[in-house]
Design a protein around this ligand. Sequence first.
Ligand code: NAP
Length: 290
Amino acid sequence: MVEAYRLGLTGWPLKHSLSPALHQAALASLGLEGDYRCFPIEPLPEGVEPMRDLLGRMRTGELKGLNVTVPHKESVINYLDRLTAAAERIGAVNTIFMDGHNLVGDNTDRDGFLADLDFTRAPAIGHALVLGAGGAARAVVDGLCGRGWKVWVAARRFRQAQEVAESLNRPRKPAIIPLKLEPRTLTEVIEKVKLIVNATPLGMKPHSDTTPWPEGVGFPEQALVYDLVYMPQETRLTREARVAGLPAVTGMGMLVEQAALAFERWTGYPAPRHAMRLAAERWGGIETCH
Ligand code: NAP
């Protein structure tokens, strides 16, 4: 029997995280003792010693689970004993748990995205366009390819999109095509696209007036627009997509799902998703990491 679930999040600078609200709500809803704290750690190499200390607290059992966010999702890998298959392929970790004596890195963004996609009106398979080629994009692309989607990955730095394709394409079934994120290339593919995913931070508060969608490019006639940005809960991209007659959702559902999957890893209990969702919706953008 675990005495208390001491959980936490590390990243930098960690000012606007919703994770504490989600996990505190989950613990409270199940009547479990514990807490979820923020551990801001500077980018490595400055943060190496604090990172070692924090991971040491997991090894001793003082901490039962850790979430990881930017800028440590990739650099933390060097300090872990092993990765799950998803984290290995994606090359990024957002959840750490202990398995016996091993510190294991997992990536719940991938399955969190897929779980939330299942609540939408997206078709089961087709051509997808993913905007951005960072850690979240890699999780989304890996998840979609695993389900048989063909994916165009569009990035402002073409090389970054190429790297996603090179590392995630399955040799016998290549399904990822890199693109430069610019009007001409998007216009060439757009009519085939049934799912558009924004995996850039464009549109995120306080820059809510920005959008990753290039000016002058029309939306396809039928597609779901999925914006990973979750704050604000309606982004410029989803608003403009709806005006064009398309269904559109933001990333709050994914945020809850990836947190729920992490919570289940740490506690072994089915996550109380409803309570977590309510906590997310109640959250007004107040700073929750101190
Ligand atoms: P990341 O690793 O920093 O990647 C961001 C990507 O967006 C990179 O390809 C970056 O290109 C591109 N980008 C940034 N600014 C751009 C601009 N002005 N124009 C065009 N492209 C731009 O970040 P991430 O971890 O993948 O996160 C991306 C977004 O997803 C964030 O808003 C994050 O909050 C959100 N997210 C949501 C969830 C959820 O649960 N809903 C989970 C994970 C992430 P450069 O490298 O050239 O800058």
